[in-house]
Design a protein around this ligand. Structure first.
Ligand code: DX5
Ligand code: ZN
Length: 224
């Protein structure tokens, strides 16, 4: 089973003074998912948006909303993000003491649950948690900011994860990669097995619609 390419613009690089306009452009470009970066100033050195903005985006788009929680104690906020309209929620393993409990909590709302791993966090977490996840997010930059350079060792890590999932008949699990993805490196990331491709500056710098289309076209060339 081939994993379907899903292009997920990260709204972190959108124009927050005119978010609705950028959301419409993402739809026109054919995006599959909107990626919402939630940062608390503790787990990561930046503060962004919370459930209030997710709730505001929900009625203006049909695209699913993927909330990437870069926050400590995410278990306290799951129901708020679900009520705000999250369709996917990922939690970072680095700030979780009770991963199984929190993944079960997310799944109890019938939405998609995932774990996120920082660039040098060992894949062992993913091996153990995979059967409880709908998707696994590999960070390819240090979380906190848009516009950083792709960390190349993510490719090897992504290949290892892909092989593990395929070998264990877990092909239904999406492999999300987030950070530094652009038109010129997206094919390499797909070759390593990723299918859910997050791009912030790669989408919002320049022409949003054509960037999304080009990302998809380049990604599709690498699907095995
Ligand atoms: C970083 C965020 C990413 C970020 C990606 O902490 O999780 O989603 O917005 O932005 P680019 O594509 O510019 O690296
Ligand atoms: Zn993100």
């Amino acid at each position: 089973m081939k994993r379907q390419i899903k292009i997920a613009p990260s709204l972190l690089s959108a124009n927050f003074a005119n978010l609705a306009d950028d959301v419409k452009k993402c739809e026109k470009g054919g995006a599959d998912i909107l990626h919402c970066d939630i940062m608390d100033g503790h787990f990561v050195p930046n503060i962004t948006i919370g459930p209030l903005i997710v709730r505001a985006i929900k009625p203006i788009t049909k695209l699913p909303l993927n909330c990437h929680l870069m926050i400590e104690e995410p278990e306290k906020y799951i129901d708020e993000f679900v009520n705000a309209g999250a369709d996917y929620i990922s939690i970072h393993v680095e700030c979780q003491k009770h991963l199984h409990r929190t993944l079960s909590l997310i799944k109890s709302y019938n939405i998609k649950a995932g774990i996120a791993l920082n660039p040098l966090t060992p894949l062992d977490y993913a091996f153990d948690a995979a059967e409880y996840c709908d998707f696994i997010l590999l960070m390819s930059v240090n979380p906190g900011f848009g516009g950083q350079k792709f960390i190349k060792s993510t490719l090897k890590k992504c290949e290892t994860l892909t092989n593990f999932l395929n070998k264990n008949k877990l092909e239904h699990i999406d492999i999300e990669v987030d950070g530094g993805i652009k038109i010129d490196n997206v094919a390499d990331i797909v070759s390593a097995g990723a299918n859910m491709l997050v791009s912030g500056s790669g989408v919002f710098e320049g022409d949003v619609i054509s960037n999304i289309k080009q990302l998809r076209a380049n990604a599709e060339t690498a699907v095995k």
